[in-house]
Ligand binder design. Structure first.
Ligand code: NAD
Ligand code: ZN
Length: 234
């Protein structure tokens, strides 16, 4: 159990593992390959330059899979935590699916972008809702400015979204909980050691993460099984 006092400020970081029980594969576990390519070979600015059609095919597949997925008890427990803590909770997700929102979370910060949004690769057109999918031979979408429309995703090698807001919350938190994230993708992998200098840090997932030494304690098990009974209000 993790005790939360009335003065605690809680930072939650979720990764692909929290959506695994909803049927969305993680990158590093089984199913981490797409057509025998490592995901890191498709989710990059270089891949976009080389073969935009292939990149859209990959995100079309992920949009189809995510549009069928439903939140699991792990997502639901975090939505309940937000209702209890209000603005004393900061929920930062590396996931691009919308399962936190489907479960009722109102303020998730998507540091790696959102699967159901797109934006122009060039002009200042704001990101817009987009669930379109493309067949391999389809014409790809273009902006009014003439440039290509791309998924609103932070690819490997790009700067994550909302970094200033995230570090402000990390500096204020007294309790940090990482859930279902392997601890190898930076900068998120360093959040735990950053938070540890000021407070308690916990990990929830079936195996120890790569950055396990940054945690006060690891709760080993599935997010959907552990999260509903993990928090105690003191
Ligand atoms: P990762 O694939 O590197 O690691 C997943 C982690 O989840 C592993 O440590 C694994 O042990 C754990 N896990 C597996 N099943 C679990 C369960 N039932 N409960 C809790 N934990 C479980 O994922 P990552 O660290 O998030 O980093 C990879 C990148 O992949 C991120 O940038 C993220 O954007 C992206 N990604 C997102 C989705 C999604 O949006 N659903 C899916 C795959 C990958
Ligand atoms: Zn444009």
């Amino acid at each position: 159990m993790i005790g939360i006092s009335p003065t605690d400020r809680v930072f939650i970081l979720t990764g692909a593992g929290i959506s695994a029980e909803s049927g969305l594969p993680t990158f590093r576990g089984e199913g981490g390959l797409w057509r025998n390519r490592r995901v890191e070979e498709v989710a990059t600015p270089e891949a976009w330059k080389r073969d935009a059609q292939l990149v859209w095919e990959f995100y079309s597949m992920r949009r189809r899979a995510a549009s069928e997925a439903k939140p699991n008890p792990g997502h639901t427990a975090l939505a309940a935590l937000e209702r209890t803590l209000g603005d004393r909770l900061f929920l930062c997700t590396q996931n691009v699916d919308n399962l936190h929102e489907q479960a009722g979370t109102r303020n998730a910060v998507h540091m790696h972008g959102e699967l159901f949004k797109s934006r122009c690769e060039s002009c200042a057109l704001p990101p817009f809702d987009d669930a379109n999918t493309y067949e391999p031979s389809a014409a790809l979408p273009r902006c009014e400015c003439g440039a290509r429309i791309r998924p609103d995703i932070c690819w490997f090698g790009e700067v994550p979204y909302d970094v200033d807001q995230i570090y402000r919350a990390l500096n204020e938190c007294t309790l940090f909980v990482a859930i279902g994230t392997s601890g190898v993708v930076e900068p998120a992998a360093s959040f735990a050691s950053h938070a540890r200098s000021r407070g308690r840090t916990f990990y929830v997932g079936p195996e120890e993460p790569a950055n396990t030494s940054a945690f006060t304690e690891c709760f080993l098990g599935k997010a959907g099984a552990l999260l509903p009974d993990l928090f105690r209000y003191e």
